[in-house]
Design a protein around this ligand. Structure first.
Ligand code: SAH
Length: 247
């Protein structure tokens, strides 16, 4: 089954862009996913094909009009009714690997890309749109955000990644950052590789990796670590409750 990507944008020529190369590019050629950019401007109704207007209340920049967006969104929903509809915006919920995994299991995705100051807010009241952010940064447009989201989904589609096991040990898949990697040469600029990784002792290596994943997450991403500890405490108390009831 083909994972269908529809992208509503003022710059359709940006797609597939970098996703036409390497892993995603091969998958596109093989029909694992399809890429359908849609020009928002095609849904403007005046002779100048206007898509934006000045912000109500004043201020800099331009705002994408709700009526034009709605016409584009409705077209996209008809073409791909079962796929979730996502809008790229720094006001959205930060994207997680868990959400990416859900999306990759589905029929595809329709992505609405903003430009200028963003969208007339009423579009989010009037249509079932999930607002998604790529982090606490401001891009000039939603297109690079859409490329990021699609890249994350595509690599998870069946048959896209080489080694079947890769993907499950990655950062975030178990709520932690991944452990660090090393490769040859064994010594470089006087720096060696942690001895345990050259021991051939798989149990020891696994233990070292788990420890490093935990230590690095605690130090680098206290937010992730707190959540990870929370889930662990919860499942531990769940297990305790169960034991009690079982008695
Ligand atoms: N005025 C807006 C920013 C607009 S940036 C604000 O301050 O919230 C223009 C467009 O770039 C947005 O409509 C959105 O589609 C995209 N964009 C910018 N930053 C983004 C981010 N962190 N995540 C997802 N999309 C982003």
């Amino acid at each position: 089954m083909t994972f269908r990507a529809q992208i509503l944008t003022l710059y359709p020529e940006m797609f597939p862009g970098p996703l036409g190369i390497s892993i995603a590019g091969r998958a596109l050629e093989e029909g694992v996913w399809s890429c359908q950019p849609i020009q928002i401007r095609d849904f403007a109704t005046d002779k100048h094909r206007t898509v934006d207007d000045t912000p109500a209340g004043g201020g800099a920049g331009m705002v994408l009009r709700a009526d034009v967006l709605a016409a584009a969104v409705d077209h996209a929903l008809t073409a791909l009714p079962d796929a979730p509809l996502l809008a790229m915006t720094p006001r959205g919920k930060p994207l997680t690997q868990a959400r990416v995994r859900q999306l990759a299991r589905g029929p595809g995705v329709t992505i609405l890309c903003g430009r200028f100051e963003g969208f007339d807010e009423r579009i989010f009241e009037a249509r079932p749109i999930e607002e998604v952010s790529m982090g606490d940064i401001v891009l000039s447009g939603g297109e690079p955000a859409a490329l990021m989201l699609l890249d994350a989904c595509i690599r998870l589609l069946p048959g896209v990644m080489g080694a079947a096991s890769s993907g499950f040990e990655e950062s975030f898949e178990n709520g932690l950052l991944e452990y660090p990697h090393y490769t040859r040469p064994a010594e470089w600029e006087g720096r060696t590789i942690p001895e345990v990784l050259r021991s051939g002792d798989h149990a020891k290596i696994a233990a070292w990796r788990k420890q490093r994943a935990e230590d690095d997450t605690r130090l680098r991403r206290p937010d992730l670590w707190e959540r990870h500890e929370g889930t662990r405490d919860q499942s531990a108390s769940g297990a305790r409750r169960k034991t009690k009831k079982d008695k």
